[in-house]
Design a protein around this ligand. Sequence first.
Ligand code: ZN
Length: 432
Amino acid sequence: MTEKDHFNQAMLDFLQASPTPFHAVAEMSQRLVEAGFVELNEAEAWHLEPGGKYYVQRNQSSLVAFVYGRSPLLDTGWRLWGAHTDSPCLKLKPQADLENKGYRQWGVQVYGGALLNPWFDRDLSLAGRVHFKTTGGEHRRCLINLERPIAIIPSLAIHLDREANNARTVNPQTDMPPIVCQSTEDTDLNSLLLEHLRQTGHSEAGEILDFDLSLFDTQPPAQVGWRNEFLASARLDNLLSCYVGLAGLLDAGDTTHSVLVCNDHEEVGSQSAIGAQGPMLKSILQRIAGTHENFERAIHRSLMVSADNAHGVHPNYVDRHDNNHGPLLNAGPVIKINANQRYASTSETNTLFTAFCGACDVPVQQFVIRSDMGCGSTIGPITSSALGVRTVDIGVPTFAMHSCRELAGSSDAHGLAKVAEYFMACETLPEV
Ligand code: ZN
């Protein structure tokens, strides 16, 4: 196995173990703890040691991990890597139980800008967080992941909709409820959840109080292509960038003040206590800096890399890209640029990122949206405007963004991880 294969396999294992942001944060936390990072409680006093490694979670779904570097913070600033833990998906409604023609189904909310067609005819499972009361009356919470296929959204046969290939649209309220089982008395959602909890080490579970549960496709991530040129998986947007940032942080040593921030709620606008528009990152950086003046001095020596996947130019739809800015899979990370500040990149930060890629022998590409199309956005402009930190928006090129099966090149994440490590270990930023 080459180093790249090894990296990709470990990343695909992470993707499979992380069907929800809760699981992604748990998986990242486990790797951080194994590497000597210590969890901090935001409600308590912190005593940070030079060379110390720490992390903070909020809501079990957003995470900030940082090295309190040995070099003086005011001389070097922070090297920040940002990504998001959430992906578009189908979430169960609070009162999810539906019954129709003898079938048990679940009502779902569409989370974020999901591409809905790929969800049909998939073997779906369920994962997320459940709050319950024990038979003794205590409140508990746990993460669950059923792993096995327990639901499916069958397509309507073409014979019953002759226009299916020309004109089928998807109504999220009426077309998306999955079929779970033949309906009997004990197949309401609470009964099924209690049955699952009791079978998986929570024999004390007495009553379901609340949950945050999502459906996911059980097909495992895979290397695809005649020579394994591609990686196919759900949630490449944006767990790929979380994993790459984590790998960079773990390898960056303890000299530089490096920070990994992985926010939930990016796909729904970032405005929450744990989203990029909330105070989480700023509050942590201010506590690291100690005083307001130190924070301001450090932030002006800092750089943020906001990593989120980019759109590769799809060979069947080349007209959806500007002719001069069509990123290719396996041709390196993409710097994302938008004159209207949908991306935070500037010519200065682009030059810095290009220099990091050059130092790592990794090629780099550029993306701008066609001038007659609307542009997406990332946590880059939000974090950049909240902190006043110089930022570059980048990401690996992918196809099928927001599908439940996305596609990336098998060289790009590995190349970007080298750049992440180089950047997060970089004590002095070059003058540009
Ligand atoms: Zn994204």
